[in-house]
Design a protein around this ligand. Structure first.
Ligand SMILES: NC(=O)c1ccc[n+]([C@@H]2O[C@H](COP(=O)([O-])OP(=O)(O)OC[C@H]3O[C@@H](n4cnc5c(N)ncnc54)[C@H](OP(=O)(O)O)[C@@H]3O)[C@@H](O)[C@H]2O)c1
Length: 268
């Protein structure tokens, strides 16, 4: 990507987004990050207000980038959060809220930016999925479902827009040490039958995240994707994101499921 190219990264106030915005800015790109928080600032990049749940906020953010920089070379759809709770415990409104940020938020951003990229006849869109977008995780099924949806959206979109010089890629990270652990939302009403297994599984996941690698690895991978002439559809990030899907292919499904239950102490 040429020096000064304009990159818009959603959710740049912490974790992956903040690390990526800092690195890309330090390497000479014109970076716009976003946060819902009024007055948030970025280290070496411009922070704009954005709530991906709002059409008006998405339109205002994209308009502002165009007003300031005149173009958008890359959109990184990173904003998201994790909802924890069993499917039965999750109210439909909570499930809808999870999709409104993780899936429809991304869709809103893509729809707002595509007219600009089509007119430019070039652009990059990088969507942040998850290992949970490849494997349905217990007590995080709505989060997984929103990330599976991102996988399907990105695959289809990639085929539609390639003719306009627009490349679409997915990053599928495993567990990383970011603000996602503290930001994890829990369903409002729990059922006693699930309580022990739910709390144990959440605790194991939270520990894996907090002992996970630094999000700088995400920033470096993003830099490589933006620099690639023909970026791939999928990029797995982190050891677990590489070996877990591989193991799933190699061993019988029932054995893989047993291992998954074992990991989250659901066999006990
Ligand atoms: N950490 C992991 O282990 C992991 C693994 C796989 C995938 N991921 C994915 O990576 C992405 C980034 O998460 P992270 O781990 O870096 O977590 P994080 O540190 O909590 O960062 C999440 C970012 O999303 C923004 N955000 C949340 N809701 C938003 C909304 N409605 N509108 C606009 N921005 C919103 C937050 O900004 P404000 O609160 O300032 O608005 C924040 O900057 C997410 O899509 C997550 O699902 C994380």
């Amino acid at each position: 990507m040429r020096s000064g190219a304009v990159v818009l990264i959603t959710g740049a106030s912490s974790g992956f987004g903040a690390a990526a915005a800092r690195l890309l800015a330090s390497r000479g790109l014109t970076v716009f990050g976003t946060s819902r928080r009024e007055g948030a600032t970025g280290e070496g990049f411009t922070m704009l207000p954005l709530d991906v749940r709002s059409d008006a906020s998405v339109a205002a953010c994209v308009d502002e980038v165009i007003r300031r920089a005149g173009r958008i070379d890359a959109l990184v759809n990173n904003a998201g959060y994790t909802l924890a709770g069993s499917v039965e415990e999750t109210a439909i409104e909570e499930a809808k809220a999870q999709f409104d940020t993780n899936f429809f938020g991304m869709t809103r951003m893509v729809r707002a930016v595509l007219p600009i990229m089509r007119a430019q006849r070039e652009g990059r869109i990088v969507n942040v999925s998850s290992l949970a977008g490849l494997i349905g995780l217990p007590f995080h099924a709505m989060y997984s479902a929103s990330k599976f949806a991102i996988e399907g959206l990105s695959e289809g979109l990639r085929q539609e827009v390639r003719r306009f010089g627009i490349e679409v890629s997915l990053i599928e990270p495993g567990d990383f040490k970011t603000g996602a652990t503290a930001g994890r939302e829990r369903v409002a009403s729990g059922l006693a039958d699930y309580a022990t297994a739910r709390e144990r599984a959440i605790e194991i996941m939270a520990r894996a995240e907090q002992s996970g690698p630094d999000p700088i690895l995400f920033a470096r991978l993003l830099w490589q994707i933006l620099a690639a002439k023909r970026p791939r559809l999928r990029y797995r990030l982190g050891k677990d994101a590489v070996w877990v899907p591989r193991a799933r292919k190699l061993i019988p499904e029932s054995a893989f499921e047993w291992l998954l239950r074992d990991e989250y102490k659901l066999n006990e």
